[in-house]
Design a protein around this ligand. Structure first.
Ligand SMILES: *[C@@H]1O[C@H](CO)[C@@H](O)[C@H](O)[C@H]1NC(C)=O
Ligand SMILES: *[C@@H]1O[C@H](CO)[C@@H](O)[C@H](O)[C@H]1NC(C)=O
Ligand SMILES: *[C@@H]1O[C@H](CO)[C@@H](O)[C@H](O)[C@H]1NC(C)=O
Ligand SMILES: *[C@@H]1O[C@H](CO)[C@@H](O)[C@H](O)[C@H]1NC(C)=O
Ligand SMILES: *[C@@H]1O[C@H](CO)[C@@H](O)[C@H](O)[C@H]1NC(C)=O
Ligand SMILES: *[C@@H]1O[C@H](CO)[C@@H](O)[C@H](O)[C@H]1NC(C)=O
Length: 627
């Protein structure tokens, strides 16, 4: 009796509580956003996508926007993919989990405001450690720098690009070659759940659009924020420190912790070192190789010290004294041998970058709050030639994106609540790439009879179509067929909760639909040829069926523009090599291999796009080619 009474009171009370909570959460949120574009509260709008309802739930989106969204997510937090599709137009909400270690090489001073941190110590170390050169090399490397600089908070870009911005105002303190260097290791003291990852080659210091996601926020908030840097004085300047300061100052209100970008390895701009979100756990001095070897400092080869130098500072070899020759011989030898140690540092950074070609799993993404320029305005579908700040984008669209970013930051991010869309896409790309490429090869083969081609293609298609064959019984609750194939590959792993979820999912459905439709179409076009042959018949239009299929498949492959369909390593690289994807920003390799006339290693000039693009065959780079 008592129990029953308790229950009869408890249940309605519980329901009332749930309702009240709903009122508080839902209503207060929507009123606080009065007058602003729609903001879908998370919990209330979760929607189950099933094979029965999914076609009714997808939102309209064209194929070009769909593939762009698809490919951006595929490349997210992947070193190689970010350079292969260099111009990002998307802000990805990111989380750096508690306990993650982050690196900063420099003089050991505790950063006070914002500062750069690397995800890999090799990245930090390779630019932080600059020893003085010995012998003849101390003359030749003046102003050049070994292997090209690279690293968080560092100026400079690859030489000879012509597109690099020279106005960077990065601090130069890390460059001091004589000073001692320390490697500071920080640790996240909690989940840093309000980072924005900017996709593409977002740290490239270029002016071709790779930095537009930074520039957009910076420009929009520039007038309101107080920056300690010299402002842009109304000019269109590119200045990543200015961008970082403005982004951090804008984001402070929403708890933004920083931004994440790619160089060779991923790096963060942490907005505030003093807010307790990170702690310094190690600060060890990093000895230079010459010090470890106990060498004296390099001889200063200057005219004042009696060295024969011409007006350009070049040694006049035939005026060297015996003593000077002996000094050079000794120091040149030291230098050559120490270079071997140095180049291992450079190789270490290349390798640390290449390791993350498959992704940097230390950083988690929450796709529910992704904000992209895609499907908001026209954006050129070519990821080498598009840009966010293009002529079409309106201030209204830009402000809409800024507003969406502010809204998404408010709640903080939680990747465990989000579908891991990259996982979904990997399954799709890994499944269909070999199939599409395999069929393309069959269709491209010359001197093959149409019957052989039809048979070889339908080997692929029947295997797929048979699994999804339509054999509906009346009143069956089960589904099969083409729609089910689309559902199987595109289904979300979690209920959809936000507009961004719908955007991504709709894009995925659109892309998978295109793939599945093409497979079915090839099957329906070529199967009759196979069938007639078995039955001793001939199909009259067999030849045009084959050429139609070839066109259709090529059209699909071009439209998809998947990275694995277009790029691959020349071979499996050896242990002392990395498969190198050229970087658009600073890299230990620069843009030229030492002793090479190849001005843009691994790239070529594309006259249609009027810019350098990466070769479709990526090359292996050996440690010793960095010497
Ligand atoms: C880190 O070490 C360097 C070199 O020993 C020292 O100068 C610096 O003060 C240290 N920094 C911190 C924050 O302890
Ligand atoms: C900018 O700086 C000025 C003077 O230092 C100050 O009065 C103003 O409040 C600041 N504005 C913002 C938005 O912080
Ligand atoms: C110095 O360099 C300039 C330009 O490369 C060259 O024309 C000139 O001959 C050089 N001078 C000497 C003394 O070698
Ligand atoms: C993408 O979607 C937007 C908004 O609907 C549209 O303006 C644009 O033409 C679409 N296509 C491309 C390639 O941007
Ligand atoms: C097609 O199949 C035949 C027999 O299986 C094989 O010998 C031939 O190499 C295939 N052709 C292509 C282009 O794949
Ligand atoms: C894409 O943009 C169009 C036009 O603005 C819009 O109607 C549609 O809902 C968008 N699609 C998605 C999936 O957000």
């Amino acid at each position: 009796m008592r129990k029953r009474f308790a229950l009869s009171v408890a249940l309605p009370t519980a329901l009332l509580l749930v309702f009240a909570t709903w009122i508080v959460l839902f209503q207060s949120r929507s009123t606080s956003d009065l007058g602003l574009p729609k903001f879908i509260p998370l919990r209330e709008s979760k929607e189950k996508i099933t094979w029965r309802n999914f076609q009714d739930k997808v939102r309209p989106i064209d194929l070009e926007n769909s593939t762009a969204i698809f490919n951006s997510i595929y490349a997210a937090l992947r070193q190689s993919g970010s350079d292969l599709h260099p111009v990002g137009v998307t802000y990805f909400p990111a989380i750096i989990p508690k306990g993650t270690l982050l690196f900063h090489a420099g003089k050991g001073e505790m950063p006070e405001g914002l500062e750069w941190l690397a995800m890999d110590h090799e990245f930090s170390l390779n630019f932080g450690s600059r020893r003085q050169a010995y012998g003849r090399r101390s003359l030749s490397r003046r102003g050049k720098g070994p292997g090209g600089p690279g690293g968080p908070g560092k100026p400079g870009g690859p030489p000879g690009s012509g597109k690099q911005d020279q106005s960077s105002d990065q601090p130069k303190k890390n460059f001091d070659r004589s000073g001692s260097m320390t490697m500071m290791t920080f640790r996240a003291t909690r989940d840093l759940n309000r980072f924005l990852y900017l996709d593409g080659a977002s740290a490239s210091k270029s002016t071709t659009g790779e930095m537009d996601t930074q520039k957009m926020i910076s420009d929009l908030v520039g007038s309101q924020s107080n920056s300690t840097s010299d402002g842009d004085n109304g000019k269109r300047v590119m200045s990543e420190r200015l961008y970082a300061e403005r982004i951090c100052s804008w984001g402070k209100k929403y708890g933004l912790e920083g931004i994440i970008r790619v160089e060779v390895g991923f790096e963060l701009v942490l907005c505030d070192f003093l807010d307790g979100s990170t702690e310094l756990v190690s600060n060890n001095s990093y000895p230079l190789v010459n010090d470890m070897l106990g060498l004296p400092p390099p001889t200063k080869i200057t005219a004042e010290n009696g060295w024969p130098l011409d007006a350009n500072g070049t040694l006049i070899e035939d005026q060297l004294t015996e003593e000077q020759r002996a000094i050079l011989k000794k120091e040149d030898d030291w230098e050559t041998r120490m270079r071997k140690f140095d180049t291992m540092d450079s190789f270490g950074q290349l390798l640390a970058g290449e390791i993350h070609d498959k992704g940097d799993r230390r950083i988690h993404l929450d796709y529910r709050h992704m904000v992209t320029g895609l499907n908001r305005t026209y954006i050129n579908p070519d990821p080498n030639n598009r840009r966010l700040l293009n002529d079409d984008i309106s201030l209204e669209v830009e402000l809409g994106m800024l507003h969406d970013l502010e809204n998404s930051l408010k709640g903080g991010f939680d990747s465990s609540e989000s579908t891991d869309w990259q996982q979904v896409l990997d399954e799709i790309v890994d499944k269909f790439s070999p199939m599409l490429k395999g069929m393309e090869r069959v269709l491209d083969a010359e001197d093959k009879s149409v019957n052989i081609v039809a048979e070889n293609i339908t080997r692929y298609t029947t295997s797929f179509v048979r699994r999804f064959i339509e054999k509906q019984r009346e009143g069956s609750k089960l589904d099969s067929g083409r729609d089910f194939a689309i559902y199987q590959y595109s289904r979300p792993l979690k209920d959809l909760a936000t507009d961004s979820d719908y955007l991504i999912w709709s894009a995925v459905v659109r892309v998978v639909t295109e793939v599945v439709d093409t497979i079915y179409s090839l099957h329906e076009t070529l199967w009759p040829i196979v069938l007639s042959e078995f039955q001793g018949d001939v199909v009259d239009d067999a030849y045009s069926r084959v050429t139609d299929s070839q066109q259709r498949l090529k059209g699909l492959i071009k439209a998809l523009n998947w990275i694995p369909l277009n790029f691959e390593c020349e071979k499996k690289c050896d242990w002392d090599e990395v498969c190198y994807t050229p970087s658009w920003g600073p890299s230990p390799l620069g843009w030229t291999l030492p002793d090479s006339t190849d001005e843009h290693f691994g790239m070529h000039f594309d006259s249609k796009r009027q810019r350098q693009v990466i070769d479709s065959e990526l090359r292996c780079v050996k440690i010793d080619s960095l010497l």
